[in-house]
Design a protein around this ligand. Structure first.
Ligand code: SAM
Length: 226
């Protein structure tokens, strides 16, 4: 267990004034997603888009770890964006560290427009909620919205090993249909080969990295550079 996971980072502390349900949800996201590892693999400066940012904990973590990043988080869930904005204000007041985070509500279906061109677009655990065709459409639009040298970072669940995949799928069905903490049309994990193919067809050079050591979820990070 890394030091960063033991110590509550400033991004997580920014939600301390929220209600219990929100605090639990944000802590759950922080624990279940390899946000610490992903952040270290991304550039330290530039314009970032966090597509489907939810409560914004990763968005704020990106700013907290490298203040030169200008990060915009977008999501279809207006209630989560409200919380993200409050957390950004709290983080600015307490640490002065989230001044460069902005949050926007977008209408579903939303595609990143080709301009402005982003240096980094992050899509962390969102595509599986969109359905296969829409997910690939978002990937192609995101690839087209990158500046030259820009990076598209997609964190999804791999379909292998099978037992880890089934466990992740079960949890997401509970989150979307039973507890309803996540807005999404469906749970349809897109095979990473399909995502990688869409990225490559859009002109990106693609690398894959598994991030599931000591984790139950088969986290996979696809990075595409323009
Ligand atoms: C599992 S959460 C991940 C949130 C965040 N990326 C994180 O890592 O904590 C999935 C998010 O995708 C958002 N979402 C679902 N459909 C979307 C769409 N069509 N466009 C943008 N965001 C969407 C949901 O509202 C939810 O906040």
């Amino acid at each position: 267990v890394t030091a960063a996971r033991v110590r509550a980072p400033s991004a997580l502390a920014a939600y301390d004034r929220e209600d219990r349900r929100t605090r639990l949800h944000v802590r759950g996201r922080w624990r279940s997603s390899p946000m610490v590892e992903i952040e270290t693999l991304l550039p330290r400066t530039g314009w970032f888009l966090d597509y489907g940012c939810g409560h914004g904990v990763f968005t704020l973590h990106l700013c907290a770890t490298a203040p030169e990043r200008q990060v915009c988080g977008v999501d279809v869930d207006a209630a989560k964006i409200d919380i993200a904005r409050r957390a950004a204000a709290t983080m600015s007041t307490v640490t002065g560290g989230a001044g460069s985070a902005t949050f926007e509500v977008v209408e579903r279906p939303w595609l990143p427009p080709p301009t402005p061109s982003w240096d980094v677009i992050v899509i962390n655990d969102v595509l599986y909620l969109l359905g296969h065709a829409h997910a690939l459409e978002v990937v192609r639009a995101a690839a087209g919205a990158l500046a030259p040298g820009g990076v598209l970072a997609i964190k999804e669940i791999d379909v292998r090993p099978r037992w880890k995949f089934q466990w992740a799928r079960f949890q997401e069905i509970v989150a979307t249909r039973v507890v309803r903490v996540t807005a999404g049309e469906q749970v349809a994990f897109v095979p990473p080969d399909d995502l990688a193919a869409a990225m490559a067809e859009s002109g990106l050079t693609v690398t894959r990295r598994r991030l599931d050591r000591h984790r139950l979820h088969p986290h996979l990070l696809l990075m595409g550079r323009r």
